[in-house]
Design a protein around this ligand. Sequence first.
Ligand SMILES: [Mn+2]
Length: 354
Amino acid sequence: MEMGFRWFGSNDDPIKLQQIKQIPGMTQVVGALFDVPVGEVWPKEKIASLKKEINDAGLKMDVIESVNIHDDIKIGKPSRDKYIENYKETIRNLSEYGVKVICYNFMPVFDWLRTDLQFDLPDGSNVMSFELDKLASDPQEMIDRVESNSKGYSLPGWEPERLSEIKRLFDAYKDVDEQKLTENLKYFLDAIIPVCEECDVRMAMHPDDPPMPLFGLPRIYKNREDMLKIEELHESKYNGFTICTGSLGENPDNDVPAIVREFVKKDRAPFIHTRNIKFTSKTDFHESAHLSSEGSLDMYEIMKAMHDSGFDGYVRPDHGRNIWGESDRPGYGLYDRALGATYLNGLWEAINKA
Ligand SMILES: [Mn+2]
């Protein structure tokens, strides 16, 4: 297992690489190029300079999160072929710089959704939360609320240039149901997985977050059954998953340790996001510290499932609380994710030695 930390780059992340390096057991930075428009080829020079910056800090860059998928690919427009060619080129470019895993998602319009980005917990920390009743009926209202709630930070997957045209975007997706979206995913995978095989880069699809259809948009990676379907779309270990324990765990019907066990054993989960959430009702939750007792997921069982199935991939603490007076990008403060990484490493050591 290698522990990584998501980082938004020196221009847009108040957290310094040196601070990340000081977290015990931290070896990887999970980065991305945030200034390349979705659909364009990631230029080698930019990849090289990001890698150099990370390596110079004594850290590695084996995992990219995310190379986002252009909407035309998800919608299935004729122009998708051009964007798929660009995606292949990006895979080749990343592989030249030693990248082993690309995290991506196939969610239409919204990458992830919360109804509050600064939900106050009784201990004075704040987290992101989701309450079904608070979901705006109009997606535009949702976007405005998220943007005004983000403390001025750009949020991953909420590219302003896409979302400024929300009505047009919704219109473009109006004929895309679950089946159509699945077909479009297959078309994409059939085209890129041979390149991944050639370059030894594994694709790792991130679950829908939260794992349910919202605003009538289709969602195709919500649970184990969906994972089995996606697996069948293109048989290859390079067609893999990011198992995000929080996202899958947001549906209490999902048995997260069992999912981890099954897909790690099959070598289909090269990347795991390990975070906890706390249910406040059957549908509502807030994010929490990583510790099992702080949330609704049993992190020991999850780490044990990874261990018992021979997990040797990449893991990162996922969203944390904003604590100790920091005012970072929602979910992506330094301190609670550092505590999370340390806790996960502690569980891992104990399980290993037991
Ligand atoms: Mn995640």
